[in-house]
Design a protein around this ligand. Structure first.
Ligand code: SAJ
Length: 432
């Protein structure tokens, strides 16, 4: 397979699908990028992007104008089909793979002998097998892994290869990170590895589809559990009146201790979601993973109560929440604990609540509806009110101690470390 001879069809042009499609196209392959959202397709066809990601705008513009990336609303024939659509959680914390199955169904009619189908979406264990069953049912004229008749090699190879890139560094990590390539059969894994090696510099390691599915869930559950430790520690330190940031900094000087950072909770569409896929698959075994999710989810309640207590203690001060995105220097609001906290504050305190958020143009309706308004950082600093740091954007980190002098500070991210914790008048102990 030579890069420039390959035609790839990427289904789903979101945070993973679009950068992946653009990167592969930039390496010479012709890529058909597919999305069911006509607005997304029109934006990309115009050489523009609908998400914020470092360096993605220039890359997309280049590959669209050179006709290497073609945006479409239905799949077309290709050599390799990649599925990168969302796998959300249902209300009762069960994985929903409907989009994955719909994407598989949408490519079925376009499959031909020799094709490779790769699932990249984070998925519960067994999803790749389900895709295989679905395609075998829809295309009885082709053979699929596990359904071969007289030859070992199925007409269509199927593999699971999870994305593991960090928002904000996607284009770098797509190339540099090692990949775990899980084939439905060893032959499928080899085919998928050969494909990834065309644009990945990291090592591509073959395994089974089920193992690769579990590896992805494990990575995010591991991080969630580690953040839960930091969040629980911060609650304990608050309770006993010790600066959690100093404890972490000092403990991390031990050669085998590496505590992550506490915050207002865990957001984003990955770490706050994926561990539940494990809990769903093994509810009696996944006790620590479930508890970690609960610890991280409950942190937003705690932060909300602390801010409410500050407001009650200093009713004359204006309140500014710094940041509503799910993490630093991105525009993504999905599952954002900061947004959840500000929504609750706006609901209970209305126009008292102000927000500084350099990555979002207009405040979401849920905030504006209750009278919360967006202001500039300088205006917030001039007011000497209550400053609640919810996101560690670089712009907030740069604020000097002198500039925030006079404000009451509640820093949930520890960016203005070692500021003495803001006292809440007369309610010490109540928060504990
Ligand atoms: N967070 C903390 N404390 C920390 C680190 C993170 O509170 O010490 C919070 C962040 O503020 C954010 C959340 O956790 O709200 C998740 O942020 P993140 O930077 O840890 O991860 P994501 O969601 O941006 O990306 C993760 C990554 N997974 C791992 O690091 C194991 C990424 O590699 C995955 O590709 C991505 O999930 C995904 O798509 O699954």
């Amino acid at each position: 397979m030579r890069r420039k001879d390959i035609r790839v069809c990427v289904v789903g042009l979101g945070y993973i699908g679009l950068p992946t499609a653009a990167l592969i196209a930039s390496r010479g392959a012709t890529v058909v990028g597919v999305d069911i959202d006509d607005e997304v397709v029109a934006t990309i066809a115009d050489g523009r992007i609908h998400i914020a990601e470092a360096d993605l705008d220039g890359l997309v513009q280049k590959v669209v104008f050179s006709k290497k990336l073609l945006a479409r609303n239905t799949p077309e024939q290709a050599d390799v089909f990649m599925i990168a659509v969302p796998t959300p959680l249902s209300g009762n914390k069960k994985p929903v793979i409907d989009h994955v199955l719909a994407a598989a169904e949408s490519i079925a009619a376009h499959l031909t002998k020799g094709n490779l189908v790769i699932l990249e979406s984070t998925s519960p264990v067994g999803t790749t097998e389900q895709i295989c069953d679905l395609l075998a049912e829809l295309r009885s004229d082709l053979t699929f892994p596990g359904y071969e008749t007289d030859s070992d090699e199925p007409d269509v190879s199927i593999a699971y290869c999870p994305e593991r890139v960090l928002p904000g560094r996607i284009l770098i990590e797509l190339v540099q990170n090692d990949r775990c390539v899980g084939g439905m059969t060893p032959g499928c894994a080899v085919k998928a590895r050969n494909f990834y090696e065309l644009f990945v510099r990291g090592k591509c390691i073959e395994t089974t589809a089920r193992t690769a599915e579990m590896v992805k869930l494990t990575e995010n559950a591991f991080r969630d559990t580690n953040i839960a430790f930091a969040n629980e520690l911060s609650l304990i330190c608050d309770h006993v009146g010790i600066d959690a940031w100093e404890v972490i900094e000092l403990a991390n000087r031990h050669p085998r201790v590496e505590i992550l950072k506490p915050g207002p909770g865990v957001g984003g569409h990955c770490i706050a979601v994926d561990p539940w896929f494990i809990v769903d698959a093994a509810p009696h075994q996944a006790r620590l993973i479930r508890t970690s999710r609960e610890v991280n989810d409950s942190k937003a309640d705690y932060v909300f109560s602390r801010v409410r207590a500050l407001i009650d203690s200093y009713p004359e001060r204006k309140v500014t929440c710094l940041g509503i995105t799910f993490k630093a220097n991105v525009d993504d609001l999905r599952e954002s604990p900061a947004l959840e906290i500000v929504e609750r504050l706006a609901k209970s305190c209305g126009s008292l609540i102000q927000v500084v958020e350099p990555f979002v143009e207009d405040l979401p309706q849920a905030l504006a509806r209750h009278g919360a308004r967006k202001i500039e950082l300088d205006e917030a600093l001039d007011q000497s009110g209550i400053l609640v740091v919810l996101v560690d954007h670089d712009a907030f980190r740069r604020v000097s101690t002198a500039r925030r002098n006079g404000a009451i500070v509640y820093d949930t991210r520890g960016i203005w470390q070692h500021t003495p914790p803001a006292p809440t008048r007369g309610i010490a102990g109540q928060l504990a």
